[in-house]
Design a protein around this ligand. Structure first.
Ligand code: ADE
Length: 976
């Protein structure tokens, strides 16, 4: 055992002076811990130099009684070298030594024992006149205190318990010293919350203490087979191991429940054998009994051998609950349609809690159930791939047919037969950017279910080739791209990407262009940070894709050529062919360089941090989705991040001790109903979850998952989001995690469903549309009052106060990431970018990703520094979104201009319909110095006070429609 040096202290100093002032001496001892070494030290000074040391002796005993006191060591001045004893035994437990020069004698005990070594020690020094006789002596004493851990504790109580019923476990540990030891309880290594007190009683015989602690333990089924531990601990005790007793495995008995209730029907033809299966899990193992359609209990071999029941037993630990599983199969031989069809029931009972019951209908075979949950899995300009969930097969082998038709047409085209085990299909040969209705019919030998599962989806826009009426020309000399043939009335736009000399990969290039014309790349494509300080204008290649503004869908890229290059040598990026034309490659003009250099100047940074590896605006080209909007529902890939201060120990993590929410939920209890939204790599579905809140109760939930083909890093991102949500205890203004299923692909995160969707759309939908049509219309709200809007702001501030109190930074706070419940409560959502931090830890973005630039604090854009204070900045922007009923921030500015202006102190002006106090709050959130920004707590309090004053802080009917019309479209490289 090792003793902490910090714990050394002196327990006694005595000074004695001889009558004749010949000698002074002290005796000191250290605090000592059983099993550790300690030293007693006796120092003396001979005051009269006519005296010399005659003898030095060590004794042990409560009082000094001269020769009868236990003598441990004796130095005789006549000895040639210091003689010493190894105690009274030969076990080398003690060492007594003397240092003549320093007039010190020390008494070392190598392994202090409570019983043997505790007590009073004496040191006696005797001097006498040099060469003379008549020694005089003096003695000093010290009490050696020995701290000792108690013995291994003993636990008593019952090993068998019942779920949800309190039981008492008693832990006792004897023979500890002093009385400040306590007994700590843990369950499978995790400390039990609300630890009971420990009582200490002095044992009359041993002079030590006996400690007792009683734990009131209410087990859950998840505790079954767990080990409970009682550990004796002491705050100042650093020696290991601590005495502890592990007790278990405990046997937690819990109700037996039927686990395959989704099997409700068996279709069977006359004369055949029907097999009905019930599976029940519980502890102890459930007994399953069967009832026939008349409610009479079925006996194995009963009804003239018509019934046969076979039972098997296993244990299982699905859902982390160890239990006994009983599987019972009832076979009904040679089914007679006249008498055997009907409702059979199985009952499960294991004597704990309630019995469980499940009914299974035995019926003639019938057409299969309608397929459900038809969703789009892939989309090109000529194909739509779908996936669905098969329903009950009607008791026969089922298969599917997929039909498709343009929504505008009536004639359907049917696929060949698709085998029942296959639930995906790719409809091809479709027209570009056309809406199709795709229907999935289930069929079996009995017939086809006339109700299909269906979905309406658009194909992607085609490629902008001359065949489709486009002319796209790249003039490398001028650094321009000319676009012709764009039909703005159809909501078309062209998205450009450039490849620069010496840089691999394509860089996303500005906003989607909605008008024909000639576009200067230096203006349109923001320069990347990697390019700072280099000659600019060296765009080697340009490619373009056709997008559709309202649906935000885009087709495949095609390379934009210069006139000399023939179309034949320039295949489009995708398999789709296209035509391109080009012009001569020329020398880069000085003017172009100047334009780029100016751009660079504004983007360059002052310090080393700002020269990090990530690109500033254009961050992903690899993961660029087909849709314009990469982050609609928060499932898209996010950048990787690096913790800057990960050496800091998470000492005060608020949720460090919170048990992870164990909400694993069986995926077969989820019924997907429809898609709520999707992004490039993720999808969100509305689903029914059976039993997620209460047994057998169906609850609507939102299920976040990844699209087929999502990468490992997308999975990691989703898992990270899940981890974070698991650690966040529920709060009324934060979207609640209800469950997850991650043991197989696709990963599912189940969160509460918020029926009013996201705040941005809700506010935009509430606007009264004016007569003029702008890209992002504004108007007075037809349905939201100033009070509603202030409540939204207050809800978000409360949610963010809570999130920040949990040491978590959101990093993507915006109205699009706030969801609204049926009762209009706002909840912060979308933790795809969030990170947990400790106090003032800061995150540094490591790799590339699309950024919510318009919501980001200056230091986040410039230095990639994210803190709660940068979330406060985003909240200011969100407040502005609320006041403008969901307008796009900095509506008249490109992201580049916005940044330039922000750096010189510009902030969005006060919306006319927004009162001074609210605008002041925004300005405080946008303080350049993060520490000058208010806390979320303060913001929430201020908003609450404003609401109490009942004044119209937002004059909802005084909107100036045109001010917020978007003149600069959203950048592809930024979130919007
Ligand atoms: N869209 C994304 N997540 C959602 C949720 N939890 N509820 C409603 N719509 C959503």
């Amino acid at each position: 055992m090792k003793m902490s040096g910090l714990l050394l202290f002196f327990v006694g100093i005595l000074i004695k002076v001889c009558n004749g002032q010949e000698l002074t001496m002290t005796l000191e001892s250290e605090a000592s811990y059983e099993g550790n070494p300690t030293t007693l030290s006796c120092s003396y000074t001979i005051l009269d130099n006519t005296y010399e040391l005659f003898d030095l002796e060590w004794f042990k005993g409560d009082s000094f009684t001269g020769p009868s006191t236990l003598k441990i060591a004796d130095f005789w001045r006549a000895a040639a070298s210091p003689s010493y004893y190894n105690g009274y035994d030969d076990s080398s437990q003690y060492l007594v030594s003397r240092d003549n020069d320093n007039s010190v004698s020390s008494f070392d005990i190598f392994n202090v024992g409570f019983s043997n070594d505790r007590g009073r020690y004496w040191c006696r020094v005797t001097v006498r006149p040099i060469g003379g006789t008549g020694p005089v002596g003096e003695k000093a004493s010290t009490d050696l205190i020995v701290y000792s851990p108690p013995d291994i504790p003993v636990i008593s109580g019952s090993l068998t318990m019942t779920e949800d019923m309190a039981t008492t476990l008693t832990c006792t540990a004897d023979l500890g010293y002093p009385d400040d030891w306590y007994l700590a309880w843990s369950n499978e290594g995790t400390p039990i919350e609300n630890q009971p007190d420990t009582t200490a009683v002095l044992s009359r015989t041993s002079q030590r203490f006996m400690f007792t602690s009683q734990l009131e333990f209410t087990p859950k089924r998840q505790d079954n087979t767990h080990f409970i531990t009682c550990t004796a601990s002491r705050a100042l005790w650093t020696s290991t191991p601590l005495p502890e007793k592990t007790w278990g495995p405990i046997n937690v008995q819990y109700e037996g429940n039927i686990t395959n209730k989704h099997l409700t029907e068996v279709g069977i033809g006359g004369g055949l054998t029907a097999n009905l299966t019930c599976i029940a899990k519980g502890n102890p193992e459930p007994t399953i009994t069967w009832l026939d359609p008349d409610g009479v209990e079925i006996i194995n071999g009963g009804n003239g051998n018509k019934y046969m029941v076979v039972e098997s037993y296993t244990t299982s630990d699905t859902d982390l609950t160890i239990g006994n599983v009983t599987t019972s199969t009832l076979s009904i031989w040679a089914v007679d349609p006249q008498v055997d069809y009907g409702v059979y029931a199985c009952n499960s009972n294991n004597g704990i809690g309630q019995a469980d019951k499940h009914e299974i209908i035995v019926n003639r075979t019938r057409v299969p159930d309608q397929p459900t949950g038809v969703v789009l899995t892939d989309q090109t300009s000529s194909s739509l791939a779908v996936r669905w969930s098969a329903g009950y097969d009607g008791g026969e082998t089922q298969w599917f047919h997929v039909s498709h038709k343009k929504t505008a047409d009536s004639s359907e085209t049917f696929s060949d037969m698709i085998e029942g085990g296959v639930t995906t299909y790719n409809v091809d040969g479709l027209e570009s950017y056309t809406e199709y209705e795709i229907q999935v019919y289930a069929e079996n030998d009995v017939g086809r279910n006339p109700s299909p599962g269906s979905i309406l989806e658009y194909t992607l826009p085609g490629v902008p080739t001359s065949d489709s009426g486009f002319t796209l020309l790249f003039d490398s000399n001028e650094g321009t791209v000319k676009i012709d043939g764009l039909n703005a009335n159809n909501g078309e736009c062209i998205q450009l990407e450039v490849k620069r000399e010496g840089i691999s990969g394509w860089a996303s290039c500005g906003d989607c262009i909605e008008t024909n014309g000639t576009f200067t790349l230096s203006y349109w494509c923001l320069q990347t940070r990697k390019r700072r300080g280099r000659a600019i204008g060296d765009v080697e290649m340009v490619r373009a894709k056709l997008c559709q503004l309202t649906s935000q869908l885009c087709g495949d890229f095609i390379n934009v050529m210069e006139p000399e290059n023939t179309p034949v040598t320039n295949p489009p990026v995708s398999s789709t062919t296209g035509t391109a034309v080009g012009v001569t490659v020329g020398v880069i003009s000085i003017a172009l360089i100047v334009v780029f250099a100016l751009g660079l100047f504004f983007w360059s940074k002052k310090n080393k941090n700002r020269n990090g590896p990530a690109e500033e605006i254009n961050l992903t080209t690899q993961r660029k989705p087909k849709g314009l909007e990469q982050k609609r529902y928060g499932l898209e890939g996010t950048a990787e991040y690096q913790e800057v201060a990960d050496i800091v120990e998470p000492t005060d993590r608020t949720y460090a001790n919170v048990l992870f929410k164990d909400k694993s939920f069986p995926r077969d209890m989820l019924k997907i109903i429809k898609e709520l939204g999707h992004g490039a790599f993720g999808e969100v579905f509305l689903a029914e979850a059976t039993g997620i809140l209460k047994k057998s109760k169906v609850t609507l939930v939102a299920v976040k998952t990844l699209k087929e083909g999502a990468s490992q890093s997308d999975k990691d991102d989703l898992l990270r989001e899940l981890d974070l949500m698991k650690k966040l205890p529920d709060h009324k203004n934060v979207v609640r995690l209800m469950g997850f299923s991650v043991e197989q692909d696709p990963l599912y995160i189940i969160v509460e469903y918020l029926s009013k969707g996201n705040l941005k759309d809700l506010m935009k939908d509430s606007r009264v549309k004016g007569t003029r049509v702008y890209g992002n219309l504004h108007g007075a709200s037809k349905s939201l009052s100033s009070g509603d809007l202030m409540k939204f702001a207050n809800d978000v501030a409360d949610g963010m106060h809570y999130i920040s109190s949990q040491k978590c930074i959101h990093r993507d706070l915006a109205a699009r990431n706030v969801l609204v419940a049926q009762d209009m409560t706002c909840k912060v959502s979308d933790f795809g970018l969030a990170r947990d931090v400790i106090d003032n830890r800061v995150y540094e973005r490591k790799s590339e990703g699309r950024l919510p630039l318009r919501w980001m604090a200056l230091e986040s854009i410039l230095d990639e520094m994210y803190t709660t204070k940068s979330d406060v900045w985003s909240f200011g922007v969100l407040l502005w979104e609320i006041v403008t009923l969901g307008a796009r921030p900095y509506p008249t500015m490109s992201a580049k201009l916005m940044l330039k202006q922000l750096r010189i102190g510009f902030r969005m002006p006060q919306p006319t319909h927004c009162q001074e106090e609210l605008y002041e709050m925004m300005l405080k959130c946008w303080e350049e110095e993060p520490d000058r920004r208010p806390t979320f707590e303060r913001i929430a309090d201020e908003l609450r006070q404003m609401r109490e004053l009942d004044k119209d802080y937002i004059v909802v009917n005084a909107y100036e429609e045109t001010i917020y019309a978007v003149t600069i479209p959203d950048g592809e490289q930024e979130k919007c």
